[in-house]
Write a protein that binds this ligand. Sequence first.
Ligand code: GLN
Length: 531
Amino acid sequence: MDLCDLSAYQIADLVRTRQVSAVEVLDSCLDRMRKVDGRPGRLSPGEITPEDEEHIHAFISCTEEMARTQAEEVDERVAQGQNPGSLAGVPITVKDIFTVKGASTTAASRILSNYKAPYTATPVQRALDAGAVVLGKVNLDEFTYGSSNESSAFQPAPRNPWDTSRVAGGSSGGSAAAVAVGEGALSLGTDTGGSVRQPASFCGTVGVKPTYGRVSRYGLIAFGSSLDCPGPLARSVTDAALFLQTIAGRDRLDNTAATVPVPNYLAELEKDIKGMRIGLSEEFFRVTFFDAETAELHQEPIPEEIRNAVMAAAGNLAQLGADIVMDVPLPHTKYGIPTYFVISRVEASSNLLRYDGVKYGYRSEGNLDDLRELYRKTRGQAFGEQPKLRMLMGMYLSAAQFEEQYYQKALRARALIRSDFEDIFAPGGDYALDALLTPTTPSTAFPIGGVYGDSVLMQYSDQLTVTANHAGIPGLSIPAGFDGDGLPIGVQLLGPDFSEGKLFRIGRAYERVTEEEEWRQRRPPILEEIS
Ligand code: GLN
């Protein structure tokens, strides 16, 4: 075990009590990065070599110099008898969709490949103020549009630490892969339809999509502004809670940031879960596909191994005194993806309009006399396939003659999805649940190239995560075992608005009760190889 394998909680404690220095922890992480990461993502990567295929490629840019200055400052404050904060000396990575002053912010797109923001995103700033050390910016799907990282303009894309022929998930794939192999104890990701929870599940880490507005979006490059949530990835529930606690809260720079006070998650974490009502819903044990030929919805059960992992977790929670409530109805779950397709594309197309070659980022060379030509060329040359597709689709779906048919209808479906959750969580209601337990994803990590190119199929990997984004409610994904191929399985806990503390408590109770199980002792094979 190296320093970089310690939890954030332990690192902060050791640094504050001068048992290790922040610089030593940083060096341990950089050493790990050099061993496992391989070359960072680049715009013109050339051939992907067999050597590339054995590395993780979580990073787009390593900010070593800045990190060293931050770590030295933390050590100096400790030496002077000060407390640098809750994340003292904790190495973190940041999805390259958040601005960090002094570093580049690419959104994994050619159009922002030369962009350096003059300011730092609020959640990153809060982590820095609490003593965190930013190791670098990690890869993602272009503008977060995807579930595998394969759409990044910066290749090689991240690979799954448990099997490097598989995807790390997405869009926060770099974040999940980095955390899983000790390249930082924590990572800051974003979740619009599942982008924190899905890669967390694929890489065997913890991932949190907080309540909408719990964490400020200031400095986050927008995808779907009514859905986007910054959220932590970590190796344990305790670390995720510590991280969320540090970055959450009101922010004068983001009007949609909630003013609800941030509770002390850590104080509640170890409490028992006796008497909590935890629901299971058949709606989350199947996926619904729209068959374009017959214009019908058809449903398929999720794989047995994933269902079994959820049922086993339910058994563990029952053993701790939770009441398991079966057959919870959430009838509008099946409309989650079509609804998301419409709302997210409309919002994305609006957000993408700011990239025009004038204000920031890439500008097409050549004759600039014609403004439209400048827009066309800039976007044509520098947007990848996903931004182009989403922009076109969003414009179409919100055009005056189709808006009622698609966008307004999607907004109504979204309200129904929200009311499904309100019904099951209402205190005094028929179900009065504290949380819902579901699989995080309908499959484990798929092979690289296996789904890429089929936007619709790719989107379906978010089927079990996306309704939380529509409803604005929090979701926590935690590891819950492995499938027969040795790939991690994740389970998800969903709860009512601002119930993160309770979800952490349930997740932590599950960790405690499964502590001794064989699967908890496993480490990604790539780490065994280097030790
Ligand atoms: N995979 C989803 C998409 O492509 C979700 C992405 C996200 O949450 N940012 O839209």
